[in-house]
Design a binder for this molecule. Structure first.
Ligand SMILES: [Zn+2]
Length: 388
């Protein structure tokens, strides 16, 4: 039995949270608490639907290692995530040759099979590619040479390599066979997200009718210059059937766009993702054989270009930025980083809530005047996995 004390993230009231084994047993008022502004916040832990790697480690093992070695790549990413308040996370495998994508998925599967603590922090794997737009802009940093039209046999190969763990799939619905592919994925229990797309507004709407429920990092993976309206960004923003994920790292979207997207989607349809990549969190310089660069600001670009090549910040930064950029409450920002991601995967209220009976994936944190949230303690299923 563990008792945590602090301010409830939704109400601001001092509470005592009793954790019994892996579960929240009770959430009770804390009557003799010190003044509440001196207390840290208590909240469900962050939940990241899109994490490619971090701190020099890569979930895309197959992309950078000829042997596709599992090596020690995977566990350190979970460790770094825990320090920043993220417990549940979806390793994200991105466009490469089919063989290398399969290698990455198989490497993940073998590590997770062997490590129950990591497995239970993994609600599934996210595959982003190779069924994406080949247009410059929408394609982002996904290599054009590996872009393909949707193919069910390829999906089956990926799912086999991943041990059936693929739960989220990002694709461009306008590709040949896209709508039928979406329907089949949904029938197979996979959540379908639209991203890296150049679809017309009608194609977006058709994709949603076919079962897509999420926009992946809305506003990124898009043309640099786009018809003012109509276009696929407005269409996705306006479609209340779609959740939007956004990257609020301070580089992928200007603060004004974060604010407008937060207002358009509201607290019931907006989720934060990190989309962090392996060189995120590393010192400024060139990496990946000089292809990628970390700038002094932490911004990550294709070296020598202005094009972003993934994010360098995790959800402790995203939550703080969402509050500052969009003027939303701490309650709404935490909801976007914990409850909504869980809801997208159909895992609420067991995940992403601070209620009796929920899994005790919890954080204790403070929010400084600038910079990321400061995570004092992180619990996964009631076990302390980080104490700062
Ligand atoms: Zn992307």
């Amino acid at each position: 039995m563990t008792v945590l004390t602090g301010r409830h993230y939704l109400t601001g009231d001092p509470v005592r949270v009793t954790v019994s084994g892996p579960t929240v047993a009770a959430v009770e008022p804390w009557f003799d608490a010190p003044p509440s502004e001196t207390l840290p916040w208590l909240a469900p832990a962050f939940f990241d639907l899109q994490l490619n790697g971090y701190g020099g480690h890569d979930f895309n093992v197959g992309a950078w290692s000829d042997e596709g070695e599992v090596s020690d790549e995977i566990a350190p990413i979970y460790e770094l995530a825990a320090r920043t308040g993220t417990v549940q996370l979806m390793p994200t495998v991105t466009t490469n040759s089919l063989e290398r994508m399969e290698q990455s998925l198989a490497a993940l599967a073998s590590v997770l099979d062997a490590d129950p603590a990591l497995q239970r922090r993994t609600p599934g794997v996210h595959v982003e590619g190779p069924f994406l737009s080949s247009d410059d802009g929408p394609r982002g940093a996904h290599p054009r040479s590996y872009i393909l039209d949707p193919d069910w046999e390829i999906y089956r190969r990926f799912q086999d390599a991943a041990g059936g763990r693929i739960r989220l799939f990002t694709l461009a619905p306008e590709l040949e066979g896209g709508l039928e592919f979406i329907e089949r994925l949904v029938d197979d229990g996979v959540v379908v997200a639209l991203g890296h797309t150049a679809a017309s507004p009608a194609q977006i709407s058709d994709a949603v009718s076919a079962g897509a429920t999420v926009s992946t990092h809305l506003g990124n993976g898009a043309h640099g210059v786009l018809a003012r309206h109509p276009n696929y960004i407005w269409e996705q923003l306006a479609d209340d059937r779609l959740y939007a994920t956004i990257i609020a790292d301070g580089h992928h979207l200007p603060p004004s766009v974060v604010k407008v997207m937060a207002r358009a989607k509201g607290r019931s349809r907006l989720a934060l993702v990190s989309d962090a990549v392996s060189i995120g969190g590393l010192a400024p310089g060139l990496y990946k054989g000089g292809e990628r660069e970390v700038l002094p600001s932490g911004r990550i670009v294709l070296a020598g270009t202005p094009y972003l090549a993934g994010a360098g910040h995790l959800l402790d930064t995203g939550v703080a930025n969402l509050i500052r950029f969009a003027g939303v409450s701490l309650a709404d920002a935490v909801t976007a980083a914990s409850t909504l991601p869980a809801q997208i995967l159909g895992l609420t209220p067991r995940k992403g809530s601070l209620e009796p009976g929920a899994d005790a994936d919890l954080i204790v944190f403070t929010l400084p005047d600038d910079g990321p949230a400061r995570i004092l303690q992180t619990l996964s299923f009631g076990e302390v996995i980080h104490a700062g």
